[in-house]
Design a protein around this ligand. Structure first.
Ligand SMILES: Cc1ncc(C[n+]2csc(CCOP(=O)(O)OP(=O)(O)O)c2C)c(N)n1
Ligand SMILES: [Mg+2]
Length: 378
């Protein structure tokens, strides 16, 4: 009896299919954990000047300082909700460096730093964290619009919003894209699939990031999806989808820049999975990571964090040193001190104001509540 064809044998070989998924998504990397260049040609292709490298380093340091200060202030009860970002600086700041002011950012709650570098003042971010309506104003200090939506709390919802905006940009023939960030947990939400499918079907101008930081609160990636690579979910929608070392600022920048160029040229969206790790608790609301992960694991990821790599790479190149870093860190901390003062000086939000901002047209019950609180001057 003749043998089954090789093609049909492979189709029916489920072990092979699973293995193939793994092989299909190698990780883009330019800088290794030690900050050594492992692909000089890829680095050239990124066309980063020394000024760009310094700007990326500074943005990552801004993010780290914001993280340190926000976490401390939250412990003192002076900040509201904050989702720590340490470890994700390359995934957030080197990626967003590849986009322009005209591009529309759709952030999740952990993506405050990406909005800040688009011109959203830190004092507004602080008010947002406190649930103050003024924190929802997406404008610069001098009132110009910032092309970013408010940080999304509903996991994955920003993908649908980004898809709609991306289609609008395409229809208006604008030279801009929508770029959205969600997490590994977000990639299991219905909105995630609907967003990428819609954007892909219409070849909309979008770049989708999945920051795979290992955890959705306390749930490890393996327990919430059996997909070996979250990028494979992009293939289901027909998208070019890639896995990038999310702690490598240079690879993150190159992938993001090329994804943007592809999307803005009308080819449709790209999906980028960033392999990174959340080095701190889920949020300042008080979870203890040691209840669901080992200290050794956290320590190992601290060795691979992006600032060490970038610092080593730039020091070796002769464009960075301890003094430059300290001077910039001091500058950022002075800025943060000023911004906290501005936020603290803003008039406290009244309960009635909060209710007025909740719905465009408040229903009967809410109108009664507004009237009640106003009558008490609250
Ligand atoms: C639709 C929805 N379901 C559940 C939650 C509660 N929740 C808040 S954060 C979170 C985990 C999200 O994990 P991931 O997408 O990996 O993002 P990360 O926090 O790691 O950045 C969940 C389930 C929510 N905010 N929205
Ligand atoms: Mg996560």
């Amino acid at each position: 009896m003749a043998n089954i064809t090789e093609k049909n044998r492979q189709i029916l070989d489920f072990d092979y299919q699973i293995q193939m998924q793994d092989e299909a998504f190698p990780t883009l990397q330019i800088l290794n954990n030690a900050g050594e260049v492992v692909d000089a040609e890829a680095l050239k292709r990124a066309e980063l000047t020394d000024e760009d490298l310094i700007a990326i380093m500074q943005r990552m340091l801004l993010s780290r300082q914001l993280d340190i200060r926000s976490t401390k202030l939250a412990k003192q009860g002076r900040f509201g909700f904050f989702a720590p970002t340490a470890g994700q600086e390359a995934s957030q700041m080197a990626s967003s460096y590849a986009f322009n002011d005209e591009d529309w950012l759709f952030p999740g709650y952990r993506d405050i730093p990406e909005i800040v570098v688009k011109g959203w003042p830190i004092w507004k971010a602080i008010l947002w964290s406190r649930g103050h309506a003024k924190g929802n104003e997406m404008t610069t200090e001098d009132g110009r619009p910032v092309n970013a939506w408010m940080p999304q709390i509903i996991i994955g919802a920003q993908y649908v919003e980004a898809a709609g905006t991306a289609l609008g940009l395409k229809k208006r023939k604008q030279n801009a894209v929508a770029y959205a960030y969600t997490g590994d947990g977000g990639s299991s939400q219905g909105d995630f699939y609907e967003g990428i499918n819609f954007a892909s079907a219409y070849h909309a101008n979008a770049v989708f990031f999945v920051q795979n930081n290992g955890y959705a609160i306390s749930t490890p990636r393996k327990l919430q999806t059996a997909a070996q690579h979250l990028a494979s979910k992009g293939w289901a929608a027909g998208l070019p989808s890639l896995v990038v070392d999310g702690n490598d600022p240079l690879a993150m920048y190159l992938a993001s820049k090329e994804a943007r160029a592809w999307a803005v040229a009308g080819n449709g969206p790209v999906l980028i999975e960033t392999m990174t790790n959340r080095l701190e608790p889920h949020s300042t609301a008080g979870d203890d990571p040691l209840r669901y992960r080992k200290q050794e694991d956290i320590d190992a990821w601290w060795q691979k964090e992006p600032l060490i790599r970038m610092r080593n790479f730039m020091t070796e190149k002769g464009i960075w040193d301890e003094n430059k870093e300290q001077a910039y860190v001091d500058e950022v901390n002075t800025l943060i001190d000023e911004q906290i003062k501005i936020a603290d000086a803003v008039e406290k939000q009244k309960i009635s104001d909060f209710l007025k901002y909740t719905l465009e047209v408040p229903g009967q019950a809410m109108q009664e509540q507004i009237a009640h609180f106003e009558s008490e001057g609250k």
